[in-house]
Ligand binder design. Sequence first.
Ligand code: A3P
Length: 286
Amino acid sequence: MSFDYFLYKGVKFSPGSYSQELLQYVENEFQVLDDDVYIVTYPKSGTHWLIEILSLINRDADPTWCNSVLIWLRSPWIETKEGQLQLKDLSSPRVLTSHLPFHIFPKAFFTSKAKIIYVMRNPKDIFVSLFYFAKIICHYKDPESFEQYLEDFLQGNILYNSWFEHVRGWMQMKDNSNFFIITYEELHQDLRGCILRICKFLGKELGDSKIDTIVKHSSFEAMKENKMSNYSLGTEEYIDHTKGTFMRKGTAGDWKNHFTVAQSEHFDRVYQEKMKDLNMKFFWEG
Ligand code: A3P
């Protein structure tokens, strides 16, 4: 798509789904309820996987809701124009989604009892996923080339700025009891164990067979088949179905099929520089 990003407090947004007024409203006036749960992610970290899991947990593993209501209506994005309209129809307890960086997240959250689940993923895999996603989703600028887009990603010259800023900002919350971190890689390695940990964080107790049902319905294959979750019903203004599919590959480590050795080493150098004083070791760092 051809448009210019605009800045809100230093963060890039596209004009279609976002506006200065809306972002200002979301930051300063949005009403956070104590029983809200927010899925917060940098784009392509596994946001929709979590929406599916939480949709199932909140309905005691009954898949009817997931099979009958579109995923973006089950957990709307608080910072988009569409999301703000959609969330008016939700009843409590709400599960809401956001890609907002820490410094512009709704202020009311920080004095509430609401919870955040922050999903992280190996940024090299995020980049590959985003490279394909940006080609099909209309509020992203089209990547010129893999090489150029990699530079844009590393410099944060894209929608929602850089992954590094996002993670560094949100890690200020890491010791808070209402903030839970989970990685895409952990979900892959032990989905059942992750669902149990999420249930514990949410104070939800479900028996073994219900947990098994959630595992089954939140698998990549199940979500890819589910028209309510796979974006095949996304409208033309939002997604160009001729250029790719939303449920693309669903694997960990796909970056190895895309990066040259030089690109990977360059990425590692930038990563180390930008993350050096964070003193946290992430799952994908081994
Ligand atoms: P790929 O493009 O690597 O396939 P987000 O929801 O944050 O936009 O992230 C989308 C990524 O998560 C895509 O990655 C998508 O395929 C993957 N994904 C979505 N649901 C998944 C699931 N149930 N299991 C594994 N990966 C999933």
